[in-house]
Design a protein around this ligand. Structure first.
Ligand code: FMN
Length: 258
C-alpha cells in the first residue's frame, strides 16, 4: 500500500507512479489527517510511505499522525521523499519511526522535484527549465525504484552524517514551531470564498468567515492553500506578490518528455 501526503502535487505524482508500477493501492492521507481518522491500516503488500521534505525532514505533523496509527498485515516499509534537493536527515527520522512502529525499513529514496515553497525569501523558486528537467528525471527514476521495490532490494539515499542529524533535529523542531506559522497569510479582494483553501489544509487551519479565509495558529506551510487558490487571491506578507505559485499539475503530463 502506497501512502502519501502532498501539499502541491509532487509527492502525489511520484506516489501514484509507484503505485501504478507496482499495481498497488494508493492512499491520500489528507482526509484521514483532517478527520483525525486513526483507524488501522491493513496491507498484504509492503508499505510505501511518501512524504515531501519540510525543513530537512519529513513534515512533523505527518510523522506524528503516522505514529498514531497501526500498520497491520505486512511489516515492511519503504520511504519515498520528494525534496527540492536536500532531504537532510529524513532517512534517520524514517529509521526511528520504523523502529518505534516495529516495521522493517527496507530503505529510503529521494526524488528531487520542483521547489514549491513560494512563501519564503531564503530559497528562490525553480524556473520552468529546471522544473521540467526535475520532473523528467524523477519520472525516469521511478521505473528503477519500482523494480527495486518489486524485488525487495534495499533502497539507499546518500549517507547522513551524525552531525547533520544532531543539528537538524532541534533546528527543524524550532523552525517548524516558530517560522512555519500562518500569521502573514491573507486573502485579497480577488477571493470569491470558494473554500478550496479550507478543504486542502491538512491541519484544518483555514476557516471561511464572512466569505473570506481566516488562518488559525496551526500551520505547517505546506503551500496547499496559497498554491491551489483558483483566483491566486492568497498572499503571504510581502513575500509572494508577483511570484508564480507552483503546482505540479500545471506542468504534467502535457509537457513531460520521454
Ligand atoms: C515548508 C517547506 C519546507 C521545505 N523544506 C525543504 C528542505 O529542507 N529541503 C528541500 O530540498 N526541499 C524543501 N522544500 C521543498 C519541498 O520538499 C518539495 O518541493 C516537495 O517536492 C513538495 O512536495 P509536495 O508538492 O508533494 O507538497 C520545502 C517546502 C516547504 C513547503
Amino acid at each position: 500500500m502506497v501512502l502519501y501526503f502532498s501539499g502541491t502535487g509532487n509527492t502525489e505524482y511520484i506516489a501514484k507512479l509507484i503505485a501504478d508500477g507496482l499495481g498497488d493501492t494508493c492512499l491520500d492521507l489528507l482526509d484521514r489527517i483532517k478527520n483525525n481518522d486513526k483507524s488501522p491500516l491493513y496491507s498484504e503488500k509492503t508499505y510505501i510511505i511518501c512524504a515531501p521534505i519540510y525543513v530537512c525532514e519529513m513534515p512533523l505533523f505527518l510523522v506524528r499522525y503516522l505514529k498514531s496509527i497501526s500498520f497491520n498485515g505486512n511489516n515492511k516499509v519503504y520511504f519515498v521523499f520528494t525534496s527540492g534537493g536536500y532531504a537532510g536527515s529524513a532517512k534517520v527520522q524514517a529509521k526511528l519511526f520504523s523502529l518505534k512502529k516495529k516495521l522493517k525499513c527496507l530503505g529510503c529514496v529521494e526524488f528531487v522535484m520542483p521547489r514549491n515553497y513560494v512563501a519564503n525569501d531564503k530559497y528562490s523558486m525553480d524556473n520552468e527549465e529546471v522544473i521540467y528537467s526535475k520532473i523528467e528525471n524523477s519520472t525516469k527514476k521511478v521505473k528503477q525504484v519500482v523494480e527495486d521495490i518489486k524485488n525487495e532490494n534495499k533502497l539507499n539515499t546518500r549517507h547522513v552524517w551524525f552531525f547533520e542529524t544532531l543539528i537538524i533535529a532541534p533546528f527543524a523542531l524550532l523552525w517548524t514551531k516558530y517560522k512555519l506559522v500562518a500569521k502573514d497569510f491573507y486573502a485579497t479582494d480577488e477571493c470569491i470564498g470558494c473554500r478550496v483553501c479550507e478543504k486542502v489544509c491538512p491541519l484544518n487551519n483555514v476557516k471561511i468567515v464572512d466569505k473570506k479565509p481566516k488562518w488559525g495558529g496551526n500551520c505547517t506551510h505546506c503551500m496547499a492553500c496559497i498554491s491551489k487558490c483558483p483566483k491566486k487571491a492568497i498572499e503571504y506578507g510581502n513575500l509572494t506578490q508577483g511570484k508564480t505559485r507552483y503546482l505540479l499539475k500545471d506542468y504534467v503530463p502535457a509537457k513531460i518528455k520521454n
